[in-house]
Design a protein around this ligand. Structure first.
Ligand SMILES: [Mn+2]
Length: 278
C-alpha cells in the first residue's frame, strides 16, 4: 500500500527552491544555539554533597549550573568539602579553594549564602578562606517559604551513631568504590556504553544499613517535624532526590553533585522543584 499524498505535495517544486529549503534546514541543524542563555531566577537554591577535594567532584558542571541561574539565597547544605578525603590524601587543595572563592564572589551580587555543616565537612571551614562575615555557617536552620516553615539540615541527624574508627574504615571503602566506579565507567565509555553507577547501588545499601528502610527514614523525618513544629524537612546526605509529602509534612532532598548533579529550587512564589544539570 502506498502512502496517501496530499495534493499540494504532488505539485512539482522548482529545483532551486528545494535546494534552498535544504540549505536553510541544514543551516538550522548546524547552528549552535547554546549561546542563547535562558536565565531563570529563583528565590533560593539548595545544593548539597559537593564533596570538593574528592576526585569525583564536578567543579566545571557546578560552575556552569550556577551561571545558568540567578538566585537571592544559596544554601550549601553540607558535605561541601570532603574533609576526610583531604585528611587522608591532602590533595587538590588549590582547586577547591579556588572554587569556594568563586562561590563567595556571589555575595558581591547581593546573594546571601548559608553553609550548613555536613558529616564530611569536619570543621574544615576553619582552614579555608570562608569568612563568617560573608557566609553564614551553622549546623541547621529554619527556613521560611511563604506561610510554611522548613527545618533544613544536611541529614546526618537521621543516622545512627557511628564510632570514629568505623567512619574511617567506611571512608576508605568508599574511596575504593569510587575508584572502581571510575575505572568501570571508563571501560564502558570506550565500548560506547552509557554511564552505569556502581556507587549509587552500594550507597543505597549502605544508607539502608546506616539509617534504615525508607519507611524508617520517613518516620524519623515526621518525628523531627513534630518536635521542631515545622511544616517540612529539607536535607541531602541520602544521595536520593525527593519531593514528597509524608502525611502533611513536605520532605525535600537535594541529591548530590558527585553523581547526579541536582539542586532544590524555590521560585519567588514558593514552588519547589528538583533541577538537573544537563
Ligand atoms: Mn553526608
Amino acid at each position: 500500500m502506498g502512502h496517501i499524498v496530499p495534493f499540494f505535495y504532488t505539485k512539482k517544486i522548482k529545483p532551486w527552491k528545494t535546494s534552498l529549503q535544504e540549505y536553510i534546514h541544514t543551516l538550522f541543524q548546524k547552528t549552535d544555539l547554546s549561546f542563547i542563555k535562558i536565565i531563570v531566577h529563583y528565590r533560593t537554591l539548595i545544593i548539597s554533597d559537593l564533596h570538593l577535594g574528592a576526585p569525583d567532584a564536578k567543579y566545571t558542571q557546578l560552575e556552569k549550573f550556577l551561571n545558568q541561574h540567578t538566585f537571592d539565597h544559596l544554601i550549601l547544605n553540607g558535605d561541601i568539602i570532603d574533609g576526610l578525603y583531604l585528611k587522608f590524601f591532602n590533595a587538590r587543595k588549590t582547586k577547591y579553594t579556588h572554587f569556594l572563592e568563586k562561590i563567595i564572589q556571589l555575595t558581591n551580587q547581593n546573594c546571601k549564602i548559608t553553609y550548613l555543616m555536613g558529616n564530611h565537612d569536619h570543621n574544615r571551614h576553619k582552614k579555608i578562606p570562608l569568612s563568617r562575615d560573608l557566609i553564614d555557617i551553622k549546623i541547621n536552620m529554619m527556613y521560611k517559604s511563604g506561610d510554611k516553615t522548613y527545618f533544613v539540615c544536611h541529614g546526618q541527624q537521621l543516622d545512627g551513631k557511628t564510632p570514629k574508627w568505623l567512619e574511617n574504615i567506611g571512608f576508605l571503602w568508599w574511596v575504593f568504590v569510587y575508584w572502581l566506579n571510575r575505572i568501570y565507567n571508563r571501560r564502558r565509555r570506550e565500548q560506547r556504553f552509557g554511564y552505569q553507577s556502581i556507587v549509587s547501588k552500594l550507597k543505597d545499601a549502605a544508607k539502608f544499613i546506616m539509617v534504615g528502610s525508607p519507611n524508617k527514614v520517613h518516620d524519623k523525618i515526621k518525628q523531627i517535624c513534630i518536635e521542631k513544629k515545622v511544616d517540612g524537612f529539607i536535607c541531602g546526605h541520602l544521595h536520593h532526590p525527593v519531593n514528597m509529602f509524608i502525611d502533611k509534612f513536605h520532605y525535600l532532598n537535594s541529591w548530590d553533585w558527585v553523581e547526579s548533579m541536582t539542586a532544590l529550587a524555590e521560585t519567588p512564589d514558593h514552588q519547589w522543584s528538583i533541577l538537573h544539570y544537563e
